[in-house]
Ligand binder design. Structure first.
Ligand code: ATP
Ligand code: LTN
Length: 339
């Protein structure tokens, strides 16, 4: 079963805000989730409460929540080895979120760069207070489970820093209550870049969809995107993130998906030009996404099994979350409710 409680704990989440995970989500985060379920007591969730910080169509949100869970299972999460659940199934997230809101300075929250970016995109009148407190709900997500490590991409580092600050603040004020977590960020894949603009993070909200590799795209679409990736004007295949961001990004993706070291790839393609590299990488990508799509569809075709996996996950998660919340309420001085 591999659920021994003496293992260090990890927790992470992904939003159900798109019709497909993209390659950045997979290489930056989900791939680590799959590996960590072997060595850690792992909790992974689909963060639907976070998703509604921007407008969501109810039908689409429901479908995308199941779709996110199906993709996580297709990527290799095993419900026997980890706890997989949906955030809104565990009410303690919103409850501890409120407590954390009351511990965070307004200026402190205003310094979160992801909020600044996302609210700038929407215009400050359309951005919600929920978007502003988004990182604080994330803090609650992590602290509820006493997580030791949080596997995420580089863009989440500041939110984990905030989590550490608030955990320490609460512990200092009310006594030792929360584990202070560390980010688990793998340097090589912490930031996968857009194939058309290799200086920007690959993101679902990219300006040019050709730069975004969605895992559920038709494989032939993926092949096309890889083949038209932006590189540079010379032809040398060499990893140099500063001078050659496009080629370096392709090498990172290739190396991670195949387990071949970057120096080996540099040697293999020496003198061969970008065309050869892209053709081979396109094939590697197609081989990766084809079974991924099939497995995702299999889970979607059986919503009863999927929902029952999520129900079991929520039950396991809730047992942990309820205990942490009860201790927190007691430390704060809330009068216990008599039953
Ligand atoms: P997006 O940037 O596409 O809007 P997001 O960061 O808003 O995605 P999620 O979909 O919830 O939100 O991200 C899930 C995980 O994927 C996070 O751990 C995030 O750090 C990681 N991630 C997202 N994009 C990349 C990327 N380009 N490279 C590496 N990791 C990424
Ligand atoms: N903000 C994260 C999603 C997220 C998360 C979490 C990640 C919500 N709660 C807890 C790690 C731990 C993002 O990827 N955009």
């Amino acid at each position: 079963m591999g659920m021994a409680t003496d293992r260090p704990r990890v927790l992470s989440g992904i939003q159900p805000t798109a019709g497909s995970f993209h390659l950045g989500n997979y290489l930056g985060a989900v791939r680590q989730w799959v590996a960590l379920q072997e060595s850690h007591d792992a909790f992974y969730m689909v963060v639907d409460l976070h998703a509604i910080t921007v407008p969501q169509d109810p039908k689409e949100l429901r479908a995308n929540t199941r779709l996110a869970a199906a993709q996580l299972l297709a990527a290799g999460l095993d419900p026997e080895r980890c706890t997989l659940f949906v955030q809104s199934h565990v009410p303690e997230h919103a409850q501890l979120g409120w407590v954390m809101n009351c511990l965070t300075g307004f200026g402190e929250a205003s310094r979160m760069t992801q909020f600044k970016d996302k609210s700038a995109k929407q215009g400050s009148d359309r951005a919600t207070v929920g978007l502003f407190t988004y990182p604080i709900l994330q803090v609650a997500d992590i602290l509820l489970y006493q997580a030791n490590e949080v596997p995420v991409g580089e863009d989440q580092r500041q939110h984990i820093e905030l989590t550490r600050d608030l955990a320490e603040r609460f512990n200092g004020r009310y006594g030792q209550t929360f584990t202070v977590p560390k980010p688990h960020i793998i340097k090589e894949t912490a930031k996968i870049f857009d194939l058309q603009d290799p200086t920007a993070k690959m993101s679902k909200s990219t300006a040019n969809p050709k730069g975004l590799v969605n895992l559920l795209d038709e494989p032939k679409v993926t092949v096309k995107k890889v083949k038209s990736a932006v590189t540079d004007t010379d032809t040398e295949i060499r990893f140099d993130a500063e001078a050659k961001p496009g080629v370096s990004n392709l090498l990172t993706i290739y190396s991670t998906l195949t387990g071949t070291g970057i120096p080996e790839l540099e040697q293999k393609y020496a003198g061969k030009g970008y065309g050869a590299l892209k053709t081979d990488l396109a094939e590697v990508m197609a081989e990766f996404v084809t079974p991924f799509r099939t497995r995702t569809q299999e889970y979607l075709d059986d919503p009863e099994t999927l929902d029952s996996i999520l129900a079991k996950g929520a039950e396991k998660a809730r047992a942990v979350a309820a205990e942490t919340l009860a201790t927190t309420y007691e430390r704060i001085g809330f009068l216990p409710a008599k039953h």
